[in-house]
Design a protein around this ligand. Structure first.
Ligand code: ZN
Length: 147
């Protein structure tokens, strides 16, 4: 079992129990399905763009609390952002996950995603945390090509 900061653990569990934007929309510009075989996590993610702005994200998934909380947090962060702002948040989070526990997260950019900082010390779990973010990146690229 991972040892994460108690407050962070609470944020993760709260997103896991009360996920944001869970439940797939019937309309979307792109839909992707990403899996993390090493843990058994699966996420389907829909995205709708309005010009350069992320108009909607909805998702469904199964898997560990880290993977499901992370996609919930990501969706809340990205909706309403334009794609360049979304890219900045994405890059920040990927960098944090690659920091091997030494990252100093910027809470003004990452908000609730800072709760996942401790995951970066556990190489086997980083893919869990990144799954929803990679799905978002993939879906946003596909949606841009379509529009
Ligand atoms: Zn997992």
């Amino acid at each position: 079992m991972m040892q994460l900061d108690n407050l962070y653990q609470e944020v993760i569990l709260d997103h896991y129990k009360h996920p944001e934007n869970k439940g797939l929309s019937t309309t979307f510009d792109a839909q992707v399905h990403h899996i993390n075989p090493s843990c058994g996590d699966e996420i389907t993610l829909n995205i709708s763009l309005e010009g350069p702005v992320v108009k909607a994200i909805s998702w469904d998934g199964v898997g560990c609390s880290i993977s499901q909380a992370s996609v919930s947090i990501m969706s809340g962060l990205m909706i309403g952002k334009d794609l360049s702002a979304a890219q900045l948040i994405f890059d920040n989070f990927v960098q944090l996950m690659q920091s091997k526990g030494s990252g100093k997260p910027d809470e003004t950019i990452l908000e609730d995603a800072v709760s996942l900082t401790g995951v970066s010390q556990y190489p086997a779990r980083i893919k869990c945390a990144l799954l929803g973010w990679m799905a978002f990146k993939d879906a946003s690229v596909q949606a841009q090509k379509k529009n």
